[in-house]
Design a protein around this ligand. Structure first.
Ligand SMILES: Nc1ncnc2c1ncn2[C@@H]1O[C@H](COP(=O)(O)OP(=O)(O)OP(=O)(O)O)[C@@H](O)[C@H]1O
Ligand SMILES: [Mg+2]
Length: 168
């Protein structure tokens, strides 16, 4: 096995999210299968739909309160029927130490963590996280291309994408 093979994700799948409703549907389908210790790294440019996805997922876990973007607070936490959920936007984070000060390293073990701008984590990103990259699609302002990748334990996400609540 070469070094490049070792770095390649064991699982990778893509699908088209035709509109915001499809992104919501995918988040709702994923939500019941996630738990404490799971981390989702939400990649993609400004306006790609990272917060829209996180909001739908958090609401699907029974959180009735508002789910604002953590743009300024960096972290919003929720208690959802025994599960702690951390929703983070690390855009403004410049040093890995800031991540430690937020307590994210412990949250990775104890909570379900949804992390926007995960490149800011550097080496602190959990190795067993699921990565979801949202890409804008030229010519269609409502469409997104979603690529999911990660270790083999997440391969069921590819099945979910192929089955298609995300195609709506
Ligand atoms: N298919 C889609 N999926 C998700 N959002 C969509 C889609 N089509 C259009 N949108 C719109 O795109 C916007 C996405 O905004 P959102 O705040 O979720 O982006 P973001 O990736 O979190 O950006 P930021 O990096 O600024 O935090 C929303 O206004 C949403 O309604
Ligand atoms: Mg956002």
């Amino acid at each position: 096995m070469t070094a490049a093979d070792a770095d390649a994700p064991a699982f990778s799948a893509s699908c088209r999210l035709a509109g915001a409703a499809a992104t919501d549907a995918f988040a709702r389908a994923l939500a019941p299968r996630l738990g404490a210790g799971d981390t989702l790294l939400l990649g993609g440019p400004i306006g790609a739909g990272k917060t829209a996805f996180a909001r739908a997922l958090i609401e699907a876990r029974g959180v009735a309160e508002d789910v604002p973007s953590p743009t300024f607070t960096l972290v919003q936490t929720y208690h959802a029927e025994g599960l702690e959920i951390w929703h983070c936007d690390l855009y403004r984070v410049t040093r890995p130490d800031d991540v430690l000060e937020l307590g994210l390293d412990e949250a990775f073990d104890d909570a379900l963590c949804l992390v926007e701008w995960p490149d800011r984590l550097g080496d602190l990103a959990p190795a067993d996280a699921l990565r979801l990259d949202f890409a804008l699609v030229g010519g269609d302002p409502d469409a997104r291309e979603l690529t999911a990748s990660g270790p083999a334990r997440w391969s069921w996400v590819g099945t979910l994408m192929a089955e298609g609540p995300a195609h709506g």
